[in-house]
Design a binder for this molecule. Structure first.
Ligand SMILES: [Zn+2]
Length: 369
């Protein structure tokens, strides 16, 4: 089936154990801080949102969703295929029975540590979301209303409000406490795996301008393969989906213009990478040197957001026009092909250049008045 089958899995684990992910990042000119964080080389990252952890043999970007092991890292940097990336790392080597046993034990140890860390992250996220207040009537609801988004009961469930949430900027002490909109990130079975936070200005119902310039949106816990439900969970045979919460809610309000049914499921995919899933290969960025983009052909072994089974009709993908155009389009194309391969009807819904769907909604509202 996949190119994986040509290799011995234990020999591949040996290769992963012999080649630290951090080395691949450093060789590509990426600077890692003492915690293994860096500005993500795979999207236009302003503050460090990519984590490299040699101990668990993984890297992960909390911004764009790119992630994987050392072989995935080589593929992401170079656009090489799986066998080419294995060769790039020196290839697999034959192992003695004793070596095999050692590799199996070390790989199992890394896997255990990965799962312990993931469970710690998931439970932290559940506690955070569990401590949130119902969103109706709060500063967070006012924030959405100010962006033209009517907070109707249909979408109250997985959005909550925290009146004073600590903001950490990489130091032991928080830089302050701010109100925040919380959103549950669930896996396809409905279990909460992460909590998305949008920090808000304490006075005005708008996004927080973070002292020191950090991001106003952060994720606690995990996001990969997950989703933010903005309509009742488990309902809908068609889907409206996009990257961010505001953009996706705006798309829902314009369902009529998109040609989407009013009872469509509404789900934010959190990041472009999680919307598209990984591609089978990456190609050079058309204009940006040393940068690669997905090639548009989805790798169904690394799927990103998992589509619930009941969504078996149409998928409307909201494509914002305010981010780097080649990256956005490459992810949208990959997402579209992925859902098409899964036998859904696919509609790509682009916003005009320089605008996201919330800008379009606000413009429609101002023209109506
Ligand atoms: Zn990234």
């Amino acid at each position: 089936m996949s190119s994986l089958s040509r290799f011995d899995p234990v020999e591949l684990d040996d290769l992963r154990l012999q080649n630290p992910v951090s080395r691949i990042f450093r060789e590509a000119g990426v600077t890692l801080d003492s915690r293994g964080m860096c500005r993500c080389p795979f999207h236009g990252d302003k503050t460090p949102s990519c984590e490299v952890k040699d101990k668990i043999l993984r890297f992960r970007c909390y911004g764009c969703g790119e992630r994987g092991d050392v072989i995935d890292a080589v593929r992401a940097f170079t656009g090489k295929s799986f066998p080419e990336a294995v060769a790039h790392l020196g290839g697999t080597r034959p192992l003695t029975p004793v070596q095999r046993q050692e590799v199996i034990e070390q790989a199992a140890q890394a896997e255990t540590e990965r799962e312990v860390e993931n469970e710690r992250k998931r439970s932290k996220a559940r506690r955070l979301f569990g401590g949130g207040l119902a969103i109706a009537g709060t500063h967070a609801a006012k924030y959405l209303e100010r962006r033209g988004i009517a907070v109707v009961p249909r979408m109250w469930g997985d959005l909550r409000f925290h009146p004073a949430l600590k903001y950490y900027a990489g130091t032991p002490e928080p830089i302050g406490e701010f109100p925040a909109m919380l959103a549950a990130i669930r896996d396809v079975a409905g279990t909460i795996i992460g909590c998305h936070r949008t920090y808000l200005d304490p006075i005005e119902p708008m996004k927080l301008s973070v002292p020191g310039g950090g991001p106003s949106k952060k994720i606690e816990g995990l996001a990969e393969n997950g989703m933010i439900w903005l309509s009742p969970r488990g309902e809908g045979s068609s889907l409206i989906t996009g990257e961010g919460i505001e953009s996706t809610l705006s798309g829902y309000q314009m369902a009529g213009e998109l040609g989407a049914p009013d009872d469509a499921a509404v789900i934010a995919a959190i990041s472009l990478g999680n919307l598209s899933g990984s591609s089978v290969a990456r190609i050079p960025h058309p204009v940006k040197a040393k940068s690669t983009i997905p090639n548009g052909i989805p790798d169904h072994n690394r799927p990103g957001m998992i589509l619930p089974d009941h969504i078996d009709d149409a998928v409307f993908i909201l494509v914002d026009g305010d981010s780097e155009a080649f990256v956005t389009r490459a992810h949208a194309a990959t997402a579209g092909q992925r859902f098409y391969d899964l036998a859904r009807r696919v509609f790509l819904c682009p916003a005009p250049a320089g605008k996201d769907h919330n800008d379009v909604l606000l413009q429609l509202i101002s023209e109506d008045v």
